[in-house]
Design a protein around this ligand. Structure first.
Ligand code: SAH
Length: 213
């Protein structure tokens, strides 16, 4: 099997695992049945849906699995000749990204939601990946997007997915933090001081109350 076919199979496995993880934890959070007390306006959630549809559409336009008789190859004009090492790195990053994804979903538990919301018994999670980073799920999304770029070796997918993800996250993060500040007040402010947004804080201070914003 050549490297392109192998990458395509890997992409399908990664896509399937990603979908199973998301559905499993969303169903779990929804089953808990907590009421939403604050939720974001629909105009923002629509952009998220549009972006997800775009990603799914370009993903299946790219995928080319001859042995399954499925090969639309609509995006071959943007193919790059990436070295094998980067494809292997892509596979490793995808595995790490998915493992982190499970850990993050488990830790966030019933507070999880696709669109921004505060539920009636929302708790502030500050443990596990959230002990050092305020938005580990978004960091994991970046990791998975880099992995997909290396595995597809397609610059159109790499560039447009990365721009789309960055715009969505840019739109979300400040509103998400404002919502959490409104709900948890000083507790969230203190938590912000000792954590980084997408990466762990660079320097740890001696006093528990100061650090990176
Ligand atoms: N931005 C986070 C969570 C994404 S899921 C991350 O990247 O990991 C989105 C939901 O998580 C939002 O509705 C928000 O209310 C909730 N949320 C974000 N951070 C939280 C935290 N530290 N504790 C509890 N809920 C949180």
């Amino acid at each position: 099997m050549d490297i392109d076919s192998l990458s395509n199979y890997l992409l399908i496995i990664i896509f399937s695992l990603f979908t199973v993880i998301r559905i499993t934890y969303y169903r779990r959070a929804r089953k808990a049945g907590y009421k939403t007390v604050v939720s974001e306006s629909r105009k923002y959630s629509i952009w998220l849906s549009v972006f997800i549809c775009y990603e799914v559409f370009t993903f299946f336009s790219y995928i080319n699995v001859r042995s399954l008789n499925y090969y639309p190859q609509l995006l071959t004009w943007a193919d790059l000749d990436l070295p094998l090492g980067l494809r292997i790195l892509g596979a490793v990053l995808a595995l790490v990204g998915l493992a982190l994804f499970v850990w993050i979903h488990r830790t966030l538990g019933d507070n999880l939601s696709a669109t921004l919301r505060i539920k009636d018994n929302h708790t502030l999670v500050t443990v596990g990946p959230y002990a050092l980073i305020r938005h580990p799920m978004y960091s994991a999304f970046y990791l998975l997007h880099i992995a997909v770029f290396f595995l597809t070796a397609n610059w159109f997918i790499g560039v447009t997915w990365m721009i789309g993800l960055s715009l969505i996250i840019l739109l979300r993060v400040s509103r998400e933090e404002a919502m959490l500040l409104e709900r948890f007040g000083e507790d969230y402010r203190t938590y912000m001081r000792r954590t980084g947004k997408f990466l762990p804080p660079i320097s740890f201070s001696r006093t528990p109350d100061s650090g990176q914003l």
